[in-house]
Design a protein around this ligand. Structure first.
Ligand code: F6P
Length: 361
């Protein structure tokens, strides 16, 4: 038996743990594993190609950030324009990919990716390629899985940054605004904010008003705080519903590059309160570096489960984590279903109970 694996979309800590898990479990079964480079592009005849993955090739990768296979969130297989807009991968590209799979004698393909990549995986499945999916998103925003690897590492980076910023903010009695990742969902901001002791957390899911934010900053100083920490998700909306973007639409990838909301919030807060304010954008620091133990373990379990799904011939299924158990769901049901922060959820209430403001009141 020979199987293939590729990871597609933005990287995140834990991808190598998945590869490590797949190779370990496949080797146990006496199977061969081929890894395609740079996402689906590795399936194209003139693309970046593939490598044989065995225990020797994957020893020691569990703890490494990034992915030894390389990845891309653009190229010939981009399947999404925004959230709901699905663009089918052109027939000639699909045909080339299928020909490579056939030529190499790949009997099943593991596709590790987020919503867009899983949409392409579904198209491949629908065209007869036996494939299984492994969910990957640092934003942790897939409805069909309670958690994805990479998220915990990102939260750890945010918490570490907040701990560091807290001491310098306290020294100078400053407001510090930290912009974190989170395109549609504010999980990184929410968890990072709670874990790092933020005072104000601004999310895509809870509309904030900058006057409320300024009022809360003034209130905190008036009640004895020496500093104020604000965490804002890159996808938090301005009052008119618009997003802060760094560039126009990325034509190849078909989505805007977000960024700048932290700077905006910092500027406005300084204007409205007179308090000295600094802003920091954590950006890709959240995607880099070694995975946390949780992400190594989750990635390993996801990789092993993917091999087991193939063994059981459960094609068209995606690995899913629910209630501490790694199970599976259909890819078809998993795509296009974002898991957003619910404004009235227990975790938001808990944050409010410890004094975190969301700028909505
Ligand atoms: O979707 C994951 C994500 O990390 C988003 O939070 C962020 O907007 C985007 O990817 C950044 O992508 P890129 O690596 O192309 O800048």
């Amino acid at each position: 038996m020979r199987i293939g694996i590729l990871n597609s979309g933005g990287d995140c800590p834990g991808l190598n743990a998945v590869i490590h898990g797949v190779v370990g479990a496949a080797t146990e079964l006496g199977w061969e594993v081929i890894g395609f480079r740079d996402g689906f592009e590795g399936l194209l005849p003139n693309g970046p190609g593939h490598i044989k993955l065995d225990v020797d090739r994957t020893v020691g990768i569990l703890k490494l950030g990034g992915t030894i296979l390389g990845t891309t969130n653009k190229g010939n297989f981009a399947a999404k324009i925004g959230v709901d807009n699905v663009a089918l991968v052109p027939v000639e590209i699909m045909d080339q990919a299928k020909a490579t799979i056939k030529y190499l004698g790949i009997e099943a393909l593991i596709i590790v990716g987020g919503d867009g990549s899983l949409t392409t995986a579904l198209q491949l499945c629908n065209e007869g390629v036996p494939a299984v999916g492994v969910p990957k998103t640092i934003d942790n925003d897939l409805q069909a899985t309670a958690m994805t690897f990479g998220f915990d590492s990102a939260v750890a980076t945010v918490v570490d940054a907040l701990d560091r910023l807290h001491t310098t903010a306290d020294s100078h009695q400053r407001v510090m605004v930290v912009e974190v990742m989170g395109r549609h969902a504010g999980w990184i901001a929410l968890w990072g904010g709670i874990g790092g002791g933020a005072d104000i957390v601004l999310l895509p899911e809870i509309k904030f008003n900058i006057d409320n934010v300024a009022r809360q900053v003034n209130h905190l100083y008036a009640t004895g705080h020496r500093s104020v920490l604000i965490v804002v998700a890159e996808g938090a909306e301005l009052e008119d519903g618009s997003l802060m973007t760094r560039e126009q639409m990325d034509a190849e990838r078909r989505q805007v590059k977000l960024g700048g909301i932290g700077e905006y919030v910092g500027r406005k807060v300084e204007q409205l309160t007179g308090k000295e304010t600094r802003d920091v954008r954590l950006g890709h620091l959240q995607r880099g570096g070694s995975p946390t133990p949780l992400d190594r373990i989750l990635g390993t379990r996801f990789g092993v489960k993917a091999v087991n799904l193939i063994r059981e011939k459960k094609f068209g299924r995606m690995v899913s984590y629910q209630s501490y158990h790694v199970g599976d769901v259909s890819i078809e049901e998993a795509v296009n279903q974002l898991r957003l922060v619910q404004p009235d959820s227990e975790v938001v209430q808990a944050a409010r109970s410890v004094g975190i403001s969301f700028g909505d009141r």
